[in-house]
Ligand binder design. Structure first.
Ligand SMILES: *[C@@H]1O[C@H](CO)[C@@H](O)[C@H](O)[C@H]1NC(C)=O
Ligand SMILES: *[C@@H]1O[C@H](CO)[C@@H](O)[C@H](O)[C@H]1NC(C)=O
Ligand SMILES: *[C@@H]1O[C@H](CO)[C@@H](O)[C@H](O)[C@H]1NC(C)=O
Ligand SMILES: *[C@@H]1O[C@H](CO)[C@@H](O)[C@H](O)[C@H]1NC(C)=O
Length: 334
């Protein structure tokens, strides 16, 4: 906790103010940097068609991408709506204890679930999403927990920032409440997708872009989120083995990310009936086997300050980086 005198501008009477300068002065809760490895889950009504991408609705009816239009024409009755997928999101094999056992075995230390993806469907009985949530439609269950009032998330991972500026989302007011007055004010961390122009500039950790891996040590905590299926975050029935990252790819990314001060968030997409398919399970357990041996060099580690000095003259700030390019990891890293 910082003292009034050292925190300076933006810190008033021990409370964060709804402005970035003040919010950015909040120290990162230490658990997050120590954890290093998380699991990302994309699960929702898009897991029903499980075709193409989790942005199925947008590709089908928004941009009217031919592949999606044809898929619907060939496989569904005329006038079938996206909402008609809802009742088929049944989750009958969903066993949260089994998932928890798998995530623990993968060596991950936190899990981020799409409790509400861009389609708007909530995996809990949200009062603000009536008729389009997992209690009203589909599983008829609260997939997050027993009591709506008892969720105590450690991570709030926002997205869709590009649609409007932070003022529109009222993001700084929400974050000031979260950091000052919420039940998780001491422990919660947030990403950086809080409005147009905000990613890579504000937040507990920066995600910048999907698959972000700058390849050099960063001055601010960051996270590399990447899907095991290169082409989709949600489960995709037509995926081929060659579309999936190998365990070597994933471990290369993991080592590179952690060595440059990042956390890695490995994504898998569960099925509409609540399974994590064996090939995804295998990737996660392979990662766990590696971490069981090498975890000592990962968890709680601090990157060497000069590790990049054969490649770069010193610390670069994010604004000096050559864009958000995805760089090829050196094959010799492992
Ligand atoms: C599909 O919707 C259109 C326009 O709403 C309607 O004219 C048509 O009868 C519908 N077709 C079927 C098979 O329900
Ligand atoms: C979690 O994983 C660790 C390390 O593999 C293992 O020792 C422990 O038994 C696991 N815990 C549970 C509850 O499965
Ligand atoms: C933004 O959030 C604050 C705090 O919850 C609230 O007082 C204010 O009315 C909100 N502003 C808008 C435009 O919704
Ligand atoms: C978090 O909230 C508690 C209880 O409201 C308060 O005592 C504490 O000072 C808050 N911590 C921070 C960092 O604001």
């Amino acid at each position: 906790m910082c003292l009034l005198a050292v925190c300076g501008v933006g810190w008033s009477e021990g409370r964060y103010e709804p402005e970035w300068k003040s919010l950015d002065s909040r120290p990162l809760p230490p658990w997050y940097d120590e954890a290093k490895v998380g699991i990302f889950l994309h699960w929702g009504v898009f897991s029903v068609p499980s075709f193409g991408s989790e942005w199925f609705w947008e590709h089908w009816q928004g941009s009217k991408s031919q592949k999606y239009v044809d898929f619907m024409k060939n496989n569904y009755p005329p006038n079938f709506s996206y909402q008609d997928f809802g009742p088929q999101f049944t989750a009958e094999f969903y066993d949260p204890k089994e998932w928890a056992e798998l995530f623990n075995a993968s060596g991950a230390r936190y899990v981020v679930l799409t409790t509400k993806h861009h389609e708007g469907f909530t995996l809990w009985p949200s009062k603000h999403s009536w008729g389009w949530n997992s209690l009203d439609v589909g599983p008829k269950r609260d997939l997050l927990g027993e009591s709506v009032n008892n969720y105590q998330p450690d991570v709030i991972w926002s997205d869709g920032d590009w649609e409007a500026f932070d003022k529109y989302w009222n993001a700084t007011h929400f974050l000031a409440w979260l950091f000052n007055d919420s039940p998780v004010n001491e422990t919660v961390v947030v990403n950086d997708r809080w409005g147009r122009g905000i990613p890579c500039h504000h937040g507990s950790f920066y995600t910048c872009a999907d698959n972000y891996n700058p390849g050099i040590l960063q001055p601010h905590k960051w996270e590399n989120c990447l899907p095991v299926d290169r082409h989709s975050w949600g489960f995709r029935r037509e995926a081929k083995l060659a579309d999936l990252h190998t365990i070597h790819d994933l471990l290369t990314q993991l080592a590179m990310t952690v060595s440059c001060g990042g956390n890695i968030l490995i994504n898998v997409g569960p099925t509409r009936d609540g399974r994590i398919v064996p090939v995804m399970e295998e990737r996660l357990r392979q990662m766990g086997s590696w971490l069981a041996i090498n975890g000592e060099a990962i968890y709680g580690s601090k990157p060497w300050a000069h590790q990049n000095d054969t490649l770069t003259p010193g610390h670069l700030t994010v604004s000096q980086l050559p864009g958000r390019a995805r760089i090829q990891p050196p094959s010799a890293i492992l």
